[in-house]
Write a protein that binds this ligand. Structure first.
Ligand code: PBG
Length: 361
């Protein structure tokens, strides 16, 4: 009788038994044969083969480009903590929007840098139909109507204390903030914003905004809820970009989520979906991809992820020192978001990644 190791069939089945005992994964209920029947390197040998078996793809259609806007004309200010990112006056933001559309990016997201003198306790500028972000939306939609425009709904660019809501006795008051967010949302919808993205993490804001939109005839305005947004240190450079870092009194831990919690993200998403969100977002990205995965698995809804300013700064900072390969870490970090289940990614790398994806075709 041939010894098991000389009989190839036998070898395979013995390996299979061993693989099973070792808890090897099963495919479609069938145990996967062990080595050498299975050599996972076979499929990896050639580029064409890797392309054939690849499980995920990153497309230009998956990318959203966040832009910072300022007053003025032909004005461009570099953001120190985000090398390569600038605040743009509206005319230059329109040019950027034209570029985004010509690259095939589906949408941009606008964030205003409000003049210090216009920020107050009540966030009054947020309700001004002629404020910076509303003028930017109008100018961009007039020039490139086919490009999706997303606006944050949150008060932090407008408050003198830097919080996303209104302060009452030093507490960010949930219900008073809701009324303010509703007014801000209507002003932005009126300006022509396609997707309103509440990013403030107040309880009940999706429901409040959705019913106000319906009552005011904005039945087609989409709501992208920053549903699971964590109280993260990765937003630091963004706060520099919108000029709120030195304004912020305290921190945002009473409304943004605790980085130690995961199940709670599912409760946040469930509520926002019940209140009328069309899409949900998890933020930050790379450090929270477990949350993206869980949200996508649980709800099967359009799920976006925000590759935050801090993630951008980390990668660019290391690449500038020659410590990381810039092109490769950009594409790898975006692909990781896709693999985790994201349908789209907000990324400051969007135009650069889009150019790369175009070149690869
Ligand atoms: C404001 C807002 C923040 C970001 C998007 N909208 C900052 C914050 O909540 O403090 C962060 C984006 C980034 O870091 O790139 N509500």
């Amino acid at each position: 009788m041939a010894s098991p190791s000389k009989d190839p069939d036998k070898t395979v089945s013995l390996r299979t038994e061993r693989a099973k005992r070792a808890g090897a994964p099963e495919t479609d209920g069938e145990p996967q044969p062990g080595y050498p029947a299975t050599r996972l390197r076979r499929n990896r040998r050639a580029d064409w083969s890797r392309r054939l078996v690849r499980e995920n793809t990153l497309n230009i259609d998956d990318l959203i480009w966040p832009l910072f806007v300022i007053e003025g004309t032909n004005e461009r200010q570099d953001v120190g903590t985000m090398p390569g990112v600038s605040r743009l006056s509206i005319d230059l933001a329109v040019e950027a929007a034209v570029e985004a559309a010509s690259l095939g990016l589906p949408a941009i997201a606008l964030f205003p840098h409000t003049d210090r003198a216009l920020r107050d306790e009540a966030a009054s500028q947020a309700f001004n139909p002629g404020n910076l972000v509303c003028r930017a939306v109008r100018a961009i939609k007039a020039e490139v109507p086919e490009l999706g425009v997303i606006c944050d709904v949150a008060l932090d660019p407008y408050t003198s204390h830097g919080h996303d809501g209104l302060l009452v006795d030093d507490d960010v008051d949930n219900d008073r903030t809701l009324e303010a967010l509703v007014t801000q949302a209507l002003v932005q919808a009126e300006a022509g914003c396609d997707i309103l993205a509440p990013s403030d993490m107040m309880d009940g804001r999706i429901g409040a905004i959705r019913s106000a939109l319906e009552q005011n005839g904005f039945t087609q305005t989409q709501l992208l809820s920053y549903a699971a947004k964590y109280a993260s240190a990765f937003y630091g450079p963004f706060r520099d970009a919108v000029g709120s870092s030195d304004q912020l009194r305290g921190d945002k831990k009473t409304y943004q989520m605790d980085p130690a919690s995961g199940d709670e993200a599912l409760r946040e998403v469930a509520l926002d979906v019940a209140e009328g969100a069309d899409m949900v977002m998890v933020k930050p990205g790379l450090a929270y991809l477990d949350i993206v995965w869980r949200v996508k698995e649980a709800f099967k809804l359009p799920t976006f992820v925000y590759q935050t300013s801090g993630e951008y700064a980390m990668l660019v900072g290391a690449a500038e020192r020659g410590w990381l390969d810039r092109d490769r870490v950009i594409m790898e970090s975006l692909m990781a978001c896709k693999r985790a289940g994201a349908d789209a990614v907000f990324s400051y790398f969007a135009p650069e990644a889009a150019r790369r994806l175009k070149d690869e075709r």
